[in-house]
Design a binder for this molecule. Structure first.
Ligand code: ZN
Length: 257
């Protein structure tokens, strides 16, 4: 099954700052959150596109058209509220919507509120509105209003990088849950480039004398190693210490004799 495509829509941008308050610009916060969500979603089997990934102005219709032309499966518009209230609310179109739109919204809303509850953020509810990006998009579309930029206690949270990171995680979690996304296999740590066996120094005829297993056998013969060990087996500190102590014992005996 091909990956689903999610379009994230950081509200406002460029000459349109969106709401402002307490030294904050809505357009900057929405972009920050959208980028964080996209980065987190990169760990999942899903395709993600942003309507903007920098500080540029894009009209509401252009945002909807972008998602429509891409054939996006889901659309999530990210905003910060203003007007003196407090809390979180989510929107879907106030006209006819698919059941999937309602389901997508409810899961996103619930997952974000699970996070916001810990901060005592008010749940303003699941709402409907005639917003252009919700009306003009041809796929399940949700718009979230994340706290109030012009309310001091909300703005304080919006200024807290830990909060923004957690909120982004909660939004991501909602998308992962709603779309039932599976994680990509974790990339294995890069295998270190095999190091060539150190070239033995000396004339070429001595090369054939490099015999790691023979060296191990010699130490065993001398009593410094008790068990059989493959020459390329890892050595523990315990084994190393045992060998050294056997050597020290031998040296002590020789010194004292
Ligand atoms: Zn906005």
């Amino acid at each position: 099954m091909p990956n689903k495509l999610v379009v994230l829509d950081p509200g406002h941008g460029g000459r349109d700052s969106g709401a402002t308050g307490n030294g904050l610009l809505e357009k900057n916060i929405t972009l920050d959150i959208a980028k964080r969500v996209a980065a987190r979603l990169a760990a999942y089997n899903v395709n993600v596109r942003l309507t903007r990934d920098n500080d540029t102005y894009i009209s509401l219709s252009a945002r909807a058209n972008f998602a429509n032309h891409l054939g996006a499966d889901y659309f999530l518009s990210i905003h910060i509220n203003a007007g003196g209230g407090t809390g979180f609310e989510s929107y879907i179109y106030n006209g006819p919507v698919s059941p999937e739109t309602s389901r997508f919204r409810s899961i996103i809303h619930r997952n974000i509120m699970n996070f916001l509850d810990d901060y005592g953020v008010v749940n303003r509810g699941e709402k409907t509105a005639n917003f252009a990006v919700l009306r003009e998009t041809g796929m399940p579309a949700v718009l979230i209003e994340n706290l109030f930029i012009d309310t001091a206690k909300d703005a304080a949270l919006l200024k807290d990088p830990e909060f923004i990171n957690g909120l982004s995680e909660a939004i991501t979690g909602g998308i992962v849950w709603a779309l039932n996304l599976t994680a990509k296999p974790t990339t294995p740590a890069p295998t270190p480039t095999p190091q060539p066996t150190p070239a033995p120094t000396g004339p070429p005829e001595t090369v054939s004398s490099w015999d790691p297993q023979g060296e191990v056998a010699k130490l065993k013969e001398a009593g410094f190693i008790v068990d059989d060990h493959p020459a390329d087996a890892p050595l523990t500190w315990g084994e190393f210490a045992a060998v050294m102590n056997r050597l020290i014992n031998v040296l002590n005996i020789k010194n004292n004799s």
